[in-house]
Design a protein around this ligand. Structure first.
Ligand code: GAL
Length: 433
């Protein structure tokens, strides 16, 4: 065959594949296919493939606790745990993106409520609306009203939130603070003064930090401290300009905070950074409350081995994120995936998962007696504080905006040039905001 005939045949073949794929895209066809693959004629076990980045440090244990509930409700379904290691999903999300591109979705995956979900998976038409589940399970009565818009596009609801995490937490080593006569700082100025004192006493890096995403986490909490809730929210709804003086001040505060961090940060995970605090090699770490799940897994005692407070300057503010699970469009095991989502949204599932994970249930009817001292304080703050969204964990910006901010941040971590950083952030907002 000549080269052009080969190419033409290939084109015709590809066109046919696309037509067949398109015909298979409607929900009814999906149902039938999924049902057929869930229970094979030979009576083989069904399975569900669930994708997340919970592989260690309290996170895997939390997931295991929910899998155990699932094993009780759906004993015939094999749970295929496709978790990919790496904090904040940096690695996992890259793997997921290539699987989605190759049309090889896991049945259900972890996605953050907010723009990560709506501006990424919904925008790309990769997940199914779940209104039918919300109706069947009565979830609208138990999920926070404020969360529903963040997982919805128009009238369609797209995910099942399993938890609420708090991003703006300062973890402390109480012994280090007492030994140095330092009170838990409540303002940014007190925070910097405390770290000056610790450095003067010989602690090189009082603020423990890890790899790059943890510096974005630090950035968002310091910006919130510096700008307040209205300033922070305004960056995402367009009412505050990225080239304003308050952003300059917030970035200078961030630069100052960075000056107290360990020089090997880029080589450390978030757990490593937490460990520095536990070991007394650092006094502070700013991290989401999954850090408490890690501390508890290590058998550490709240208030004696570690303490907590809102990030200085953010008292009364709760910077939140929510892990949720989705249903893939054309899920290979749709029925089993729905069974998994029912557990993820259930009281039993959430009360098994969250006390171990270090988060509070997304549902508002969790059993308080199951939660430790820190999580009870988080529940109270969630109910009473001003709630704002996280950047690093998907609430306020979609993937493309976040990744431009991340690129600018990467350069800033190297050159420390506040003006250039701000210019890059202005450009990112203009391009993707
Ligand atoms: C967040 C996620 C948390 C926790 C954390 C560290 O993005 O929402 O559940 O997994 O990353 O890996």
């Amino acid at each position: 065959m000549s080269r052009s005939r080969v190419l033409r045949s290939l084109a015709i073949f590809l066109a046919m594949v696309l037509i067949v794929a398109a015909c298979g895209g409607d929900d009814e066809t999906t149902d039938t296919t999924a049902a057929a693959s869930d229970t094979t004629a030979g009576g083989e076990a069904q399975q569900v493939e669930v994708f997340s980045w919970w592989t260690g440090g309290g996170e895997a244990a939390g997931l295991d606790a929910m899998i155990e509930v699932f094993a009780g409700t759906d004993p015939d379904v094999e749970f295929v745990n496709s978790a990919v290691a790496g904090g904040a999903g940096t690695n996992a999300r890259a793997v997921l993106a290539s699987r989605l591109q190759a049309n090889d979705p896991p049945d259900s995956w972890q996605g953050h409520a907010g723009q990560e979900l709506i501006g990424t998976y919904v925008a790309a038409d990769q997940i199914e609306p779940l209104n039918f589940l919300y109706e069947e399970m009565g979830w609208l009565d138990v999920m926070p009203e404020t969360l529903i818009p963040l997982i919805s596009d128009g009238d369609n609801i797209y995910s099942v939130p399993v938890n609420i995490h708090r991003a703006n937490v300062l973890w402390t080593n109480p012994t280090v603070l007492t030994d140095n006569g330092i009170d838990v700082p409540e303002t940014l100025d007190d925070f910097f003064a405390a770290m000056d004192a610790l450095q003067a006493a010989g602690m090189d890096a009082p603020l423990a930090m890890g790899e790059q995403w943890t510096s974005m986490h630090l950035l968002e909490t310091i910006m919130l401290a510096s700008m307040g809730a209205d300033g922070w929210n305004g960056l995402w709804d367009g009412s505050v300009a990225w080239d304003s003086a308050e952003v300059t001040q917030a970035l200078e505060d961030f630069a100052k905070a960075l000056s107290y961090t360990n020089s090997d940060a880029s080589a450390l995970s978030w757990q490593d950074a937490g460990q520095l605090v536990l070991d007394g090699d650092a006094a502070f770490n700013i991290m989401g409350d999954w850090q408490e799940g890690f501390f508890r897994e290590l058998g550490k005692e709240p208030t004696t081995d570690y303490g907590w407070a809102p990030v200085p300057g953010t008292g009364g503010l709760f910077q939140f994120l929510s892990d949720s699970f989705v249903l893939a469009k054309n899920a290979p095991h749709r029925d089993a995936a729905i069974a998994w989502l029912k557990v993820a949204g259930s009281l039993e599932g959430q009360d098994a998962f969250n006390p171990v994970k270090g988060s509070i249930p997304a549902r508002n009817d969790g059993d308080r007696s199951l939660y430790g001292e820190y999580l009870l304080s988080a529940m109270d703050d969630w109910a009473s504080n001003t709630v704002v969204g996280s950047l690093t964990h998907g609430v306020v910006a979609n993937d493309s905006w976040k990744s431009e901010i991340d690129t600018a941040l990467g350069l800033f971590l190297v050159d420390g040039d506040v003006a250039a950083f701000q210019t890059a952030l202005v450009a990112a907002a203009a391009a993707s905001g």
